[in-house]
Design a protein around this ligand. Structure first.
Ligand SMILES: Cc1cc2nc3c(=O)[nH]c(=O)nc-3n(C[C@H](O)[C@H](O)[C@H](O)COP(=O)(O)OP(=O)(O)OC[C@H]3O[C@@H](n4cnc5c(N)ncnc54)[C@H](O)[C@@H]3O)c2cc1C
Ligand code: SF4
Ligand code: SF4
Ligand code: SF4
Length: 502
């Protein structure tokens, strides 16, 4: 099964070095499981023969690179990810950083966390106070491995689900090469008779292992990006409102998501958009593939129940380029699938990611209960739900608007959302939410130059009215503040998955 690696990344290495690394890579359990299940994979029909070999080749290349990075790191003192990327010049720095994080999960590398405290001056209720803050420093070093060390095997994602950490994003079901996983909004099932134990679902799952340190280190390599520990990397921050009258009638906040999606479709930058519409049951969302602009408006508006939207991505393979709208956990899932295990995305047609802000979502049953218990209303009487100004707000068919404090509805939210640290979709291209902007406006964060150019082009075309988020009230300050609160109160899912009994 070992192939001769003919990747330009390996130019300059001696044939012996490359052969040794490729030999080590060929022992990797994921590569073996994938290769040995070739017939079952082709029979399942998700990946054709050419794709099968593309994925296999990419996995072998990436594993070979990791084994070479591991050799470089042996005997070195604990180093920051940025220092490691500087040290190993043979590969692009973002590859090296990605490799170190995967080597950690494979059991070769240890993460050493140093905690320092410092005093800072903060304004609390109008008064300046000295408060103690903790700073965390992450360094990485190759472990002292016993001679009988065996690389970690990744279990199927039932361990994530059983630990109560699964956010039902649906990504594992979309990528599973033999269609062994079924995910809906509330449950996840793995068909053991079909599963070939490749662990690819674990690799790409947003809850399996952390990529936060990797993300920060990689984003900080790009000097054109601004960095915030609370909301991630960004180019621009805006407050926007659609100028399209039809979108105004159906939008949640500023109608920015639907306007961006419409622009992408109309300019043929994508052939389809994956978004969410009401299913036959009002307020129970269902993911939908939209390839005709006229169908886009039925997706506008927030449905607060969870939609496992990523589970249908493989059904959009016929489109050359697609955009995906989803919540932050889904953006992280897509990022992991693009970086691991090989740096070759499972679905290469995902061109733009439009991420929503999200504090929590609810089970559909929870939404019904919330309407009944908090407002004494049937869910079918509601025409809009919204979160704003610390309140959960509903609008009724009669036009009447009712609200309760947000803290009263938090008990209906999904438990797995307590493991979520991301408010603003750190891993999206465009992030859009209501926090920070006035009613009828959306806060917008562009995460890279292309997204920023597109947003500003839409504004220039007169389709969105836009202001700087730093110039509106409550603005960027509040987005950062709530982003930081969500990060701080998030429970760590990773320990729970590794030690389910604790
Ligand atoms: C579960 C959930 C929780 C949220 N929580 C917050 C919050 O705490 N703070 C905040 O500032 N913003 C939150 N938002 C985002 C906010 O509600 C708006 O979606 C955002 O401001 C965009 O508004 P818009 O008018 O530009 O979107 P629109 O133009 O109205 O488009 C809305 C888009 O959202 C998509 N969508 C609707 N429901 C879902 C769903 N369940 N899953 C995935 N996609 C969906 C639709 O497909 C559509 O493309 C949340 C969104 C969701 C889905
Ligand atoms: S369920 Fe997971 S481990 Fe099993 S075949 Fe699918 S991706 Fe591989
Ligand atoms: S990939 Fe998504 S649906 Fe699958 S186990 Fe992980 S969180 Fe759950
Ligand atoms: S809070 Fe996090 S886990 Fe829950 S739906 Fe929102 S992004 Fe997903």
């Amino acid at each position: 099964m070992v192939q001769i690696v003919n990747n330009k990344l390996f130019e300059g290495l001696s044939p012996q070095e490359l052969m040794d690394a490729t030999y080590e890579a060929s022992k990797n359990f994921q590569i073996r499981a994938f290769y040995e299940a070739k017939d079952e994979i082709l029979e399942a029909g998700k990946y054709g023969e050419q794709e099968f070999y593309e994925i296999l080749d990419a996995m072998i290349d990436a594993e070979t690179e990791r084994k070479l990075v591991l050799e470089h790191l042996k005997g070195k003192e604990p180093l920051f990810l940025g220092e490691i990327a500087d040290l190993i010049k043979e590969f692009p720095p973002d590859n090296v950083i990605r490799d170190v994080i995967y080597l950690k999960e494979q059991g070769y590398v240890e993460e050493l966390i140093e905690v320092k405290t410092k005093m800072v001056t903060k304004k609390i209720k109008g008064e300046e106070k000295e408060v103690e803050v903790k700073e965390y420093f992450y360094r990485y070093q190759v472990k002292d491995l016993e001679s009988d060390f065996v690389e970690h095997h990744f279990e199927p994602v039932s361990i994530v689900y059983d630990a109560g950490a699964c956010c039902q994003c649906g990504w594992c079901a979309a990528i599973c090469p033999v269609n062994a996983i079924e995910v809906d909004a509330d449950t996840l099932k793995i068909h053991d008779d079909v599963c070939m134990k490749c662990g690819l679902c674990f690799t790409v799952c947003p809850r399996s292992f952390s990529i936060d340190q990797m993300n920060e280190a990689i984003k900080k390599l790009d000097m054109s990006l601004n960095w915030s520990a609370k909301i991630g990397a960004y180019i621009g921050t805006y407050s926007g409102s659609t100028k399209n009258n039809e979108i105004m009638k159906v939008r949640q906040d500023g109608g920015v998501v639907t306007t961006i999606a419409e622009y992408l479709l109309e300019k043929k930058l994508v052939d389809a958009v994956i978004a969410v519409q009401h299913s036959k049951l009002l307020w129970k969302p269902e993911p939908v593939i939209i390839d005709d602009v006229k169908d886009l408006y039925k997706t506008a508006g927030t449905k607060y129940a969870n939609s496992p939207s990523l589970s249908i991505i493989d059904q959009a393979k016929k489109y050359e380029n697609i955009a995906f709208v989803g919540v932050p956990c889904m953006m992280k899932a897509l990022e992991k699938g693009a970086l691991f295990p090989s740096g070759l995305p499972f679905f290469k047609n995902i061109k733009y990611k439009i991420g929503l802000f999200c504090m929590e979502s609810f089970p559909y049953e929870g939404i019904i209960q919330l309407a009944k218990e908090q407002f004494d209303k049937d869910i079918n009487d509601l025409t809009k739900m919204n979160i704003g100004g610390g309140k959960f707000i509903i609008r009724l068919k009669s036009g009447e608007q009712l609200d309760v404090p947000l803290k009263e509805v938090q008990k209906y939210a999904r438990d797995s959302c307590h493991y979520c640290e991301d408010l603003t979709s750190d891993y999206a291209d465009f992030s859009v939410g209501s926090i920070g902007s006035q009613d009828g406006w959306s806060s917008v964060i562009t995460r890279n130059k292309e997204a920023d150019d597109i947003y500003n082009e839409i504004v220039k075309n007169g389709e969105i009215e836009s202001k700087s988020l730093t110039e509106v009230k409550p603005g960027f300050f509040l987005v950062q503040k709530i982003g930081g609160i969500k990060r701080n109160k998030c429970k760590d899912p990773y320990d729970k998955i590794k030690n389910p009994s604790e």
